[in-house]
Ligand binder design. Structure first.
Ligand code: EPZ
Length: 435
């Protein structure tokens, strides 16, 4: 199994370019099958989750062509629109975003059958709000043999209130409603940048969606969608991860190809703890010199502090002076990395959905395990800041959402390698000690 081995203690310096947003790409790639015309999507991040979803889209018959590493052509005309149209393969159960094909195929074919979603184990991950939306539009759903099937005679616009702000449900309902008859209103909609990106993509295909980015989204159904060429926004969470890595290693990094507005919550928290963040049109520069300070974090739907940045920020706080409180209000199981950080010397205690952090001066390298995607990224940050060597197991989780992560970090001066054996680890340690 692939691992990362890191020799910590080197402040990150230099420039890094951010890839396309994974969580926008997954919705957009699914929505691309809603037309029979060719759709060209640019700035697709080359990560495991997008590759797996494209495999599933190809699996139901759509034509998928990589025009280059980050540009994909999709043509839904070739989908086998048959009774047993079903999205199921061993990979698709591993990613959560497979459920976006529910809304896309329901919109286009008025039925779809998808393997129940997998994804990182950060909580229950229910889909009751997705099915609530589909039912409101006139569909019936059934869960059997760990597959979910939704179908409708025809879809009619409706007023849908989301009891909980849900990114996935907002995107899924937006897709199905785009091809329903009449008007749909989604109330208490998620406002993340990737919601706006999916809405802009659908509108570029001829959909009529207004209000994305606010908590009320209005959709007027259209008869059909057409081909388009679209470029995905930069990844807010990849950018935030590099921002925190720069601060935690007391470095100086220019993070390029970002939308600073999407990073406001992260920028303000890093500034609060003593880092300096300089904003440019499409870049941010993060610097830190002395020891960081403590603060409190509560994860909230956008524009609040993103849950996907909670493990990374908590890691920086575990090295800060003083006591910090981190409250995870979105998912119920997003502190699994705390045990791993404790093995590196962190003083953290978890009570329910709150972590109490007493900052320490230094971490020492250790062998740790990535429990999920963002926790894995947080452990990399911990290893970069620690004294000595850290080996991180299960980096496949990290590869789900970060493109060329170790390569980009090496470009910033980090001493990190992706390895596959004990022998590789020994060789890395010998070479690093020789330097
Ligand atoms: C998306 O997950 C992202 N994944 C997650 O990023 C992100 O953490 C999350 O949104 C919140 O921003 C993708 O976009 C593929 P939700 P999603 O529906 O859509 C509850 C990463 O690291 N809920 O917004 O699954 C749910 O339990 C991943 O990139 C229901 O109750 O999240 C949670 O408490 C991790 N019923 C809250 O809503 C539902 O039907 C927010 O979940 C759906 C969700």
């Amino acid at each position: 199994m692939e691992q990362y081995v890191i020799k910590g203690g080197t402040p990150l310096h230099g420039e890094v370019t951010i890839a396309g947003a994974k969580n926008a790409a997954l919705g957009i790639l699914a929505a691309a099958v809603m037309t029979d015309d060719e759709v060209i999507i640019e700035n697709v991040p080359n990560v495991r989750d997008t590759r797996v979803l494209l495999q599933a889209i190809q699996g139901i018959g759509a034509k998928v062509q990589y025009l280059d590493e980050h540009t994909v052509s999709i043509c839904g005309k070739y989908i086998r629109n048959t009774e047993d149209l079903c999205v199921d393969d061993e990979f698709i159960r591993k990613i959560r975003a497979s459920y976006y094909l529910l809304g896309a195929l329901l919109g286009k074919y008025k039925r779809s059958k998808v393997a129940l979603p997998g994804g990182c184990d950060i909580g229950m991950r229910p889909i009751d709000l997705h099915t609530k939306g589909f039912r409101a539009l006139g569909a019936k759903d059934e869960i059997k043999d760990s597959m979910i099937t939704v179908k409708a005679e025809h879809l009619v616009g409706s007023h849908i209130y989301l009891d909980v702000v849900s990114v996935g449900a907002t995107i899924n309902i937006m897709m199905a409603a785009s091809l329903a008859e009449g008007k749909t209103t989604i109330e208490n909609a998620a406002k993340e940048p990737h919601i706006v990106d999916v809405a802009n993509f659908l509108n570029s295909m001829g959909a009529n969606i207004r209000g994305a980015g606010t908590d009320i989204i209005r959709i007027r159904g259209v008869k059909a969608l057409k081909g388009t060429t679209y470029s995905i926004i930069p990844d807010q969470i990849e950018a935030g991860t590099f921002m925190v890595a720069a601060a935690a290693t007391k470095g100086d990094v220019l993070i390029k190809n970002v939308i600073p507005k999407h990073l406001e919550a992260i920028t303000s928290k890093l500034t609060e703890i003593g880092a300096t963040v300089e904003e440019f049109d499409d870049a941010v520069r993060v610097m830190a010199t002395g020891r960081l300070r403590s603060t409190n974090i509560k994860t909230l739907p956008y524009p609040g502090f993103p849950t996907d940045m909670q493990p990374q920020m908590a890691t920086a706080l575990a090295l800060s002076e003083g006591t910090s409180i981190v409250t995870e209000s979105i998912f119920e199981n997003r502190f699994k990395y705390v045990n791993e950080l404790t093995r590196m010397g962190a003083h953290m205690k978890v009570e329910g959905n709150v972590a109490i952090i007493n900052g320490v001066e230094k971490f020492s390298g250790a062998n740790v395990c990535a429990p999920d995607l963002r926790a894995g990224a947080a452990l990399v940050i911990a290893g970069l800041a620690a004294d000595g060597f850290t080996v991180i197991e299960d980096v496949r989780y990290i590869q789900r959402g970060y493109e060329k992560f170790s390569t980009k970090l090496r470009g910033l001066g980090a001493s990190i390698e992706r390895v596959e054996s004990e022998k590789d680890i020994k060789k890395f340690k010998l070479q690093s000690q020789a330097v």
